[in-house]
Write a protein that binds this ligand. Sequence first.
Ligand code: SDX
Length: 428
Amino acid sequence: MSDNKVILNYDGKAFEYPIIDSTLGEKGIDISKLRDQTGLITLDRGFKNTGSTISTITYLDGDKGELFYRGYPIEQIAEKSNFTEVMYLLLNGNLPTQAEYTNFENGIKKYNYIAEEMKKIIDVFPRSAHPMGVLSSLTSALTAFNPKAVNVAVKEDLDHAAEMMIAKFAHLCAWTYRKTQGLPLNHGDNSLNYVENFYRMAFRKPNEDFVMDKVVVDALDKLLILHADHEQNCSTSTVRMVGSAHTGLFASISAGVSALWGPLHGGANQAVIEMLEMIEKDGGDVAKYVAKAKDKNDSFRLMGFGHRVYKNFDPRARIIKKAADDILNALGIHDKALDIAMQLEKVALEDDYFVERKLYPNVDFYSGIIYRALGIPTEMFTVMFALGRLPGWISQWKEMRLLGDPIGRPRQVYQGYTPRDYVSIENR
Ligand code: SDX
């Protein structure tokens, strides 16, 4: 049995702090009494070494490049499951029986529509508005149409809120796409499964019969599975932080959408394609851009490379890279961006700068190539990430509330002015 405490020697005294055990990965030093006992706090900018909670949902091993949803390896889940089943797994902890699956799917279908007034809200946005800004606003607006706060003490209330959020968020994601194309806004069709329903709401043309392309639906399903949850990443931590104030689920998710938008986080999938297009326009000079990424005086970063936790290949990137190949072949598409991405990966992974810093392709490096092959415009890529991450956000919000985590309120190390007296303006 490993030592289950650490000792901090400070100010001539020894203080003991218990170690919280884990089933996988890092154990944690419980410092909840640190400030009371020593007057000290910890400082860990970006929380690179700090756990915010105890969770049982997702685990990733950054050194091995492994990812597990409720203990199931992502490779098996991506190959054998479907997005609706993964949503159930993340929300409830185990794979559903057929009856549980059907009940869950029907629960979502109950809410497979949106208040007509929501169309008036999306109407006022300019068509040029970035879809993530529209999505965040519409998600928050959902609260106005569903004001009942979630009574987390009642399981049925939590389940209904999750099913409602899942059903309506798919509409909002589809509508943000329709808005950019100037197309009419559709409601759901309960004869379809979740991913088919999203695909039809987003891509149905008013003047044609809709053809459900299985290659596209399967690709979307796999991409949504791969984005479904990822421990305490920036947007999930945002959802937890906002929810820790007992803010409603919809408003908490809206905050997560805004956090995901950032180019260092979910917005990277859009930034990767823009980077590949820039390199292609610049004659495909991959070495030049690798050199720029290494140059400390150049703000250019290799988007889609590096990760706070993965210091090995992101397992999702491996799966997506293969899927990109398969889908481009199935659709008979040759995308120069994929060639450039693979050249970039090869050059970078042979370069000491990237090797020493353990910078590998992450989930965003190849995903945009698939979205583009499916006809999804670049500025919609992060909306697709958000649709995938929704069940993770809801599951983590639910866990935080059921665990009874306290309201998040970090401390700080203050280095500002010491107390001083006010000076009236004529004497300054
Ligand atoms: C996602 O957390 C999650 O789980 C996120 C996510 C999820 O599913 O939720 O996986 C999704 O957000 C994936 C990441 C998408 N972002 C990008 O692809 C943007 C490009 N990557 C980076 O900006 C960066 O790698 C981060 C933001 C992802 C991670 O940054 P860290 O952990 O804060 O690391 P850092 O910025 O301190 O970098 C360490 C070193 C630095 O060099 P030195 O100062 O040590 O010399 O590595 C360098 C950095 O300059 N570096 C890069 C680089 N990423 C890091 N140099 C060039 N290009 C890069 N992409």
